[in-house]
Design a protein around this ligand. Structure first.
Ligand code: ATP
Length: 228
């Protein structure tokens, strides 16, 4: 069943239009990679889905018209966002950060700590004192604590050491296999994305220009649209 469906979505920052026609579908339990070079509209698409900027066109989530909802209602419908820049409450402890995001469902503090054992080790530590990788794990943990049906990861491995990136990718793979969660993943590392994603949607200048099974994204297409 289709969980999220965007058709001909446009969006602007004030007078400056950034999206010109984004089409994107995600089925329940599916992992979709949102690809494109820098500045092509990936983060703006995420902001439109989360109702953080005004948008036009059609956006449906779990049978509801997203266009009619303010952002706090969109989150309550089951969209969990891990935004670029891994925002956590710096002065709260790891446990407090998790608990204050909690909503009923299968994901609680214990499940998040099983996914990221480092967070259990750092439970009483202030978020500000965590490493960048640990903060990213906490940001993912906070989004999972909301018990979303769709988890959106925007550049979750950006700027992290290779060993930490591997931990994040391993967690994404576990999320895919162990839960029915759908994922929308934005990342610059195509190789790792190809290992977890089912399909890809490619944006160019604010438009969807290619969509299909990620295995069919040939080196030619990758060079053309993603620059790798
Ligand atoms: P990156 O990989 O660099 O994060 P992206 O594909 O996520 O790129 P967006 O951040 O969505 O791209 O940007 C799409 C367009 O919107 C770009 O032209 C960008 O300059 C513009 N843009 C992004 N944020 C703003 C903003 N707050 N105000 C005005 N224009 C913006």
């Amino acid at each position: 069943m289709t969980l999220l469906s965007l058709a001909s979505v446009t969006a602007s920052y004030g007078a400056s239009q950034a999206l010109f026609g984004v089409d994107l579908d995600i089925r329940e339990g599916e992992v979709v990679a949102l690809l494109g070079r820098n500045g092509m509209g990936k983060t703006t698409t995420v902001k439109a889905i989360c109702r953080m900027i005004p948008a036009s066109g059609s956006m449906q989530f779990a049978g509801q018209d997203l266009m009619l909802l303010p952002s706090h209602r969109a989150a309550r419908l089951g969209i969990g966002l891990v935004p670029e820049g891994r925002r956590c409450f710096r002065d709260l402890t790891v446990a407090e950060n998790l608990i204050c995001a909690a909503r009923p469902g299968e994901w609680g503090q214990a499940e998040v700590e099983t996914l990221f054992p480092r967070l259990a080790e750092r439970r009483g530590q202030r978020a500000a004192t965590l490493s960048g990788g640990e903060q990213q794990m906490l940001a993912i943990g906070r989004a999972l604590m909301t018990n979303p049906r769709l988890l959106i990861l925007d550049e979750a491995t950006e700027g992290l050491a290779p060993v930490i990136r591997q931990e994040i990718w391993a967690a994404v793979a576990r999320l895919k296999s162990a839960s029915g969660l759908a994922l929308l993943v934005i990342d610059k590392t195509l190789k790792e994305l190809k290992a977890v994603a089912d399909r890809a949607v490619v944006l160019e200048r604010g438009r969807t220009v290619w969509t299909g099974p990620i295995a069919e994204l040939t080196p030619d297409l990758s060079t053309r649209y993603v620059g790798v």
